[in-house]
Every structure is written in C-alpha cells, then in structure tokens.
Write a protein that binds this ligand. Structure first.
Ligand SMILES: NC(=O)c1ccc[n+]([C@@H]2O[C@H](COP(=O)([O-])OP(=O)(O)OC[C@H]3O[C@@H](n4cnc5c(N)ncnc54)[C@H](OP(=O)(O)O)[C@@H]3O)[C@@H](O)[C@H]2O)c1
Length: 253
C-alpha cells in the first residue's frame, strides 16, 4: 500500500450487505466511496453512519447495469478520492445486484440481458475501468450467491450469472496477481435484506423453509456477511486469493 488513508469502493453500499461492509470497514478506519442506484437517502444515511464511526465517505450514483456510464463514474470517483485525501483506492467490492425469479419456461431475452449487465458485465467492466485508480497490493471481493452452487426454483438466470462471477474471480486473481491484488468471491446464503422484495426477511414461510435447510437453523442477516467482506479486505487474509467463501450458515450441505 502506498497511501496511509485506505479507501474502499463498494457498489450497492446504500443498503443490505454493502452497507454493513462499509460500516465494518469504517470501524477499522477505512473510508469508503459507496454507490447507490436510486436510494440517495439511504446512501446519505450510510455516509453519516460511517462518519460517526470515525472514518469518512462519499456517496456516488452508479447503475452497474449501464457500462456506458463507467467512464464518468471513474471521473467522479477520482474527485471523491481527492475529497477523502487520497489519489487512489485500495479495495473494491463488486456487490450491487438485483434479483430475477425467471424459470427456464418464462425467462426472457430482456431479463437475460439485464441480469448479464448487472451481475457479470458490470463487475467486469467496472473493475477494468477502475483498475488504473487502484493501488497495487489492493484487494477485490466479488459477491456471488449460494445459488451459484445449489439449483433453486425460479433462479435459472440469476444463479448462473453468479456462477459466472465466481469463474471471473479466478481469472481476475490470475491477471492481477502481478500487481499484488488478491481477488476473492463471497457467496452469501439467504440473507434478510430488501433484496428480491425482502422475501427472505418478510415472508415467514420462505424464511422458515430456508432456515430449515440451514445447519445453523436460521437465515442470515447483513451483519453475518459484512464482517466477512471486511475481513477478506484486511491484511490478516492477505494470503487468501482466488477463493470462494460461502457465508450461509451451512445451507443445503
Ligand atoms: N439477500 C440475499 O439473500 C442475497 C443472497 C446471495 C447473494 N446476494 C447478493 O448480494 C448482493 C447484495 O444484496 P443485498 O441483499 O444486500 O441487496 P439489497 O439490500 O437489495 O441492496 C442492493 C444494493 O444494490 C444497489 N443496486 C441495486 N441495483 C443496482 C444497479 N442496477 N446498479 C447499482 N446499484 C444497484 C442498491 O442501491 P439503491 O439503494 O440505490 O437501490 C443497494 O445499495 C447482490 O449482488 C445480491 O445478488 C443477496
């Protein structure tokens, strides 16, 4: 690392697991550029919470499904880094995502294209765009899903897209190794957030069914995943590279 102020860029840092990871990093003195897509209010709340935790943050709008905007985003990120007292950043968390409940029978070309744009093309091209701004020796965490390993009804588009991110993680690790950048992928199980209409959190039947398939007997919360993301970015995990870590309480084992 070359700068003293360590900075993370976390896509989808306004809510859910990205928010929790940003707050965990703040408690370790790491500042963040968090992105939001539509919920500026939620992002502003996270920025305030990060400051209360003793670090600093800037919130930037980003639609990870629209790669044409990544050049502008990089320019805004460069300005945000200046605000945070750094020229470059150290950690990238490709976390932002949306769900899809398509089956093989009803999945459309439009849904395939949209999910590909958000879950694969987005992390691929955003990482490519931001790499010149990233310090050598930095770390990347991509976010997959337990549904990349386990087939689940209605996830024929979403699950395979996340599987692609897991493969991409190994290719990123291979190509970024010479810069000392480690790349790992976190695969959360069912997590009680707003994701997919909040179904894991708010639908008691779904929540109970998923808990019953989990060795530790419950679904997860953002507070179960954020520390793992923050941990993987810490020096303690410096020799962990190109790994998939499922954070799911032991689901469908
Ligand atoms: N929750 C689960 O059960 C679960 C399980 C496994 C994996 N995951 C994955 O974990 C990641 C985070 O999920 P979560 O549960 O924390 O989600 P969440 O609570 O729904 O939060 C989603 C975050 O992503 C942002 N976002 C959504 N669409 C975006 C887009 N097109 N461009 C940029 N940002 C966008 C949202 O911004 P706004 O606030 O502006 O809307 C928000 O910050 C996703 O990749 C998801 O696929 C979730």
């Amino acid at each position: 690392m070359t700068n003293e102020t360590r900075i993370a860029i976390i896509t989808g840092g306004s809510r859910g697991m990205g928010r929790d990871a940003a707050l965990r990093l703040a408690r370790r003195g790491i500042s963040s550029i968090i992105t939001y897509n539509e919920r500026r209010d939620a992002a502003d709340n996270v920025v305030s919470a990060i400051r209360e935790a003793g670090a600093d943050a800037v919130a930037l709008q980003l639609d990870v499904g629209k790669a044409a905007g990544f050049g502008d985003f990089a320019a805004h990120a460069r300005e945000a880094l200046t605000t945070l007292g750094a020229e470059r950043f150290d950690y990238l968390v490709n976390n932002a995502g949306t769900s899809s409940t398509a089956t093989l029978a009803d999945g459309t070309k439009a849904e395939l294209d949209a999910q590909f744009a958000v879950h694969f093309k987005g992390p691929y091209l955003l990482t490519q765009t931001l790499l010149p701004l990233m310090n050598d020796g930095g770390r990347i965490v991509n976010i997959s899903s337990g549904l990349a390993r386990v087939a689940f009804p209605g996830r024929t588009v979403y699950g395979p897209m996340k599987a692609a991110v897991e493969a991409l993680t190994r290719y990123m690790a291979l190509e970024l190794g010479p810069r000392g950048i480690a790349v790992n992928v976190v695969a959360p199980g069912a997590i009680a957030t707003d994701f997919s209409g909040g179904v894991v959190r708010d639908n008691p039947d779904v929540n109970k069914a998923l808990a019953s398939q989990t060795a530790l007997g419950r679904v997860g919360g953002p507070e179960d995943v954020g520390p793992v993301i923050a941990g993987l970015l810490s020096d303690d995990f410096g020799w962990v590279n190109a790994q998939r870590i499922e954070v799911a309480g032991g689901v469908q084992i």
